[in-house]
Design a protein around this ligand. Structure first.
Ligand SMILES: [Zn+2]
Length: 265
């Protein structure tokens, strides 16, 4: 959305008050050539000597611009440039958009809607949408945590609809996911965490390891040298994470194995 056109639209729609209207008109006329002095000259009529005193209202004007620009749910490079220009003109700094409670709510709502739309359309975030997210965060000077929580809520909703995590360009901690699962009373097992690795473990000892251990231990119990009822024993018990490897397997006869198990408890 063109800066001049958008401001003309804002001015004509009577959604702003007098001082804002007049400043908007100056910007609509001069575009990128508007200077702080131009604005101050107009504001002088209203008794405003410093742009600092006009900050709250100028944020409103920028917010109007952003709302109009976002009507198509896209922030174009041109719009980003325009917003940067307006912020620069009125010396808007990081955090200014969220200082005031009602303004902060409005910004949150705008972003929530934008993010929701991004995640909702096809349940994935492409590179353009990724960029859009970065732009939104930058435009509003939002802090990372605030933005992340809005983003993750939308992402979790998308996952609930069946979206693939890998397509969402987001990082969600296991903690957040389990909280969300609890909230949604879902019983989905996460695929790649430690517990499932443990579940996939098997007590199976390969024939190669068995042969090597048999040869190493000379075909007899490593405790009592007995040769009857021999078993392959996990030196570090399987239940404690012991592996089925040559180093961790030994030959024990059944009585020795049972007394070892009893000792371990
Ligand atoms: Zn034995």
């Amino acid at each position: 959305m063109d800066l001049k056109k958008t401001l003309s639209y804002i001015i004509s729609s009577n959604i702003i008050d007098n001082s804002l209207l007049d400043v908007g008109e100056v910007i609509a006329k001069k575009g990128f050539n508007t200077s702080r002095k131009d604005c101050l000259d107009v504001l002088d009529i209203y008794g405003v000597k410093r742009l600092k005193d006009f900050k709250e209202k100028s944020i409103k004007l920028i917010l109007f611009y952003i709302k109009v620009a976002l009507k198509d749910n896209i922030v174009t490079n041109e719009e980003i440039k325009n917003i940067r220009f307006l912020k620069l003109l009125f010396s808007i700094e990081e955090g200014d958009f969220t200082k005031d409670k009602s303004m902060s709510n409005e910004v949150s709502n705008i972003i929530r809607t934008q993010i929701y739309l991004m995640y909702q359309d096809d349940n994935k975030i492409d590179s353009q949408e990724s960029l859009h997210k970065v732009n939104l965060q930058e435009v509003f000077g939002l802090n990372y945590d605030e933005f992340l929580s809005l983003n993750n809520n939308a992402a979790l909703d998308a996952i609930e609809r069946g979206a693939d995590w890998l397509e969402l360009d987001t990082y969600i901690s296991g903690d957040e996911y389990s909280k969300w699962r609890k909230k949604n009373e879902l019983d989905i097992e996460p695929e790649d965490d430690d517990s499932s690795v443990l579940d996939k473990r098997t007590r199976h000892i390969s024939q190669k390891v068995k042969d090597d251990v048999w040869n190493r231990d000379g075909g007899e119990c490593t405790q009592c040298r007995g040769v009857e009822n021999l078993e392959f024993d996990h030196i570090i018990p399987f239940s404690e994470g012991g592996a089925n490897t040559y180093r961790n397997i030994q030959l024990l006869c059944e009585p020795c194995n049972r007394s070892k198990s009893n000792k371990i408890g």
